[in-house]
Design a protein around this ligand. Sequence first.
Ligand SMILES: [Zn+2]
Length: 85
Amino acid sequence: MPYRMKCPEYRRLLTLYADATGDLWELTSMLADAATSYESDAFARAWEQCESARQFCADIREQMYEHLERHHCALNLNSGGTVRQ
Ligand SMILES: [Zn+2]
């Protein structure tokens, strides 16, 4: 890794994003089960949950971009980020 991110808010967003993508992965892996379910609306519900989880991931990414634009911590300017040589 070229640098270590020390900005606590960006780290929080990264952790949140990692958790959210993990949740999305779990939900999408359940789609196949839902497709073979005898419940008529099981697949539609599972799909809706996936879409909601995907949107949550997109929202977090947007927050990450907005944060970087405002805080510039990825550039190590004013957040305490450390560039390794
Ligand atoms: Zn930051």
